[in-house]
Design a protein. Sequence first.
Length: 176
Amino acid sequence: MENFRRCCACNVEKPLDEFIANRTKKLGRSYTCKTCYSIRQKEYRAANRESVRLWRRAEYDRLKEAAFRTYGGYQCAWCGCQDESLLQIDHINNDGGHHRRSDPGAKYLYRWLRTHSYPSGFQVLCNRCNVHKHCLFAQYAAEAGTTEWHTAIKMFAARMGGAEAVISALQEMGSQ
């Protein structure tokens, strides 16, 4: 009997794994089964479209604000641009596409950053500097005869005299 619970919505006894985990409840599970909970959520979202839309937008804005604050504020790391409409979070190693393909949660970058405690490897760039950086690495990858970003970056860093030299060269190019 300990592995079962009666749903308070549909009044059907079901195994515990069919209830949402909730540490505050007895047996560590909610009193409503996943099916009934899902139905209630759909009904609520349908009846309260506008408030749900506003809440989601506010949550997105909070996540974005926290990400920008963590990675240096609303200022481009290269050129110093402070126009918020042009700024974006950049994968320093140019592996954003690979990151999104390998981790489905990375599609929602601001949420992913918070969930993973704002890891290193990201920076704030304006659109112009981000495109410039991408084109620079693409050009070098073509010259090096590779399509693998990490290989091109390592080769570029070795040619430039190390990662610090690459960063300073890229920052100089960004300020032009």
